[in-house]
Design a binder for this molecule. Structure first.
Ligand code: ATP
Length: 244
């Protein structure tokens, strides 16, 4: 579904990503781990069109994404849930969700958008209960649900998530990971950037570890969880195998 090959990207003269290659197959949850500043967000921004790659290729279902522009990339079915949620605080939950679908609404896809709204409410009953509440007054966990819900309103095939667990209480983190784990059964593939290795490895199929702009390790979730360096850097000494 997504194949990134020898990707180079950065900001002005600053080269952040150095020949990054990875792939995500349909139906997978793939995690990208890495310390602060490793380049994880830069990779997601390059895939979704916020950042223009300086080299390499990004193929999504056979289409080249590099330079395609964010709007077209969303239309092709690839959408970002950004770090920090970036909701419209003075607008209601429902208005935020409909904003996620505004292009579909403009194309006259009202019936399909209503169906997407029902699907989001089915996935997050809490949002259905609070659809008239202002987004800025939601709890952190509810805001993250809304950010994911808004992305799903674009009817994506691939969702890129940038640290959805950041700043949330443990119960809210569990709820978010449970929901992410459900997405493949709803036809949505996930590329997940996380610092919470414990929670994300438990739901992911495979993963990559990035250090200073390069992929330094890849493997199944179990292989990563068993890896000495991953355990030391991301899981702590007392981490046990994820099936225990
Ligand atoms: P974190 O987990 O802290 O979000 P990350 O792995 O997502 O880290 P990036 O946000 O991709 O890392 O940042 C990689 C490098 O690029 C960092 O050195 C950062 O300072 C730099 N960088 C990020 N955004 C910009 C920008 N808009 N302009 C200039 N440099 C940037």
């Amino acid at each position: 579904m997504l194949r990134v090959t020898n990707l180079e990207a950065g900001y002005g003269k600053l080269r952040v990503l150095k020949s990054v290659s990875l792939h995500v197959s349909a139906g997978e949850i793939v995690i990208l781990l890495g310390a602060n500043g490793a380049g994880k967000s830069t990779l997601l921004k390059s895939v979704c069109g916020i950042l223009r790659p300086q080299g390499g290729r990004i193929l999504f279902n056979g289409r080249e994404l590099g330079g395609a522009g964010m709007e077209r990339i969303v239309e092709w079915g690839c959408v970002l849930v950004p770090e920090g949620r970036q909701l419209f605080s003075p607008m209601t939950v429902k208005e935020n969700l409909l904003l996620g679908a505004y292009r579909r609404l403009r194309r006259g896809e009202g019936a399909k958008v209503r169906q997407s709204l029902e699907e989001v409410f089915d996935l997050f009953p809490r949002l259905a209960e609070r659809q008239a509440q202002l987004a800025g007054t939601l709890s952190g966990g509810e805001q993250q649900m809304l950010a994911i819900g808004r992305a799903l309103m674009c009817a994506p095939r691939l969702v890129l998530m940038d640290e959805p667990s950041m700043g949330l209480a443990p119960l809210a983190v569990d709820k978010i990971f449970q929901t992410v784990a459900e997405l493949p059964s709803r036809g949505i593939t996930v590329l997940l950037v996380e610092q919470n290795a414990r929670g994300s490895l438990a739901i992911a199929d495979r993963g990559y570890v990035m250090e200073t702009g390069q992929i330094v390790l890849e493997g199944s979730s179990q292989e990563l969880a068993d890896n000495h360096d991953v355990r030391r850097a991301y899981l702590g000494k007392d981490y046990r195998k994820i099936e225990e």
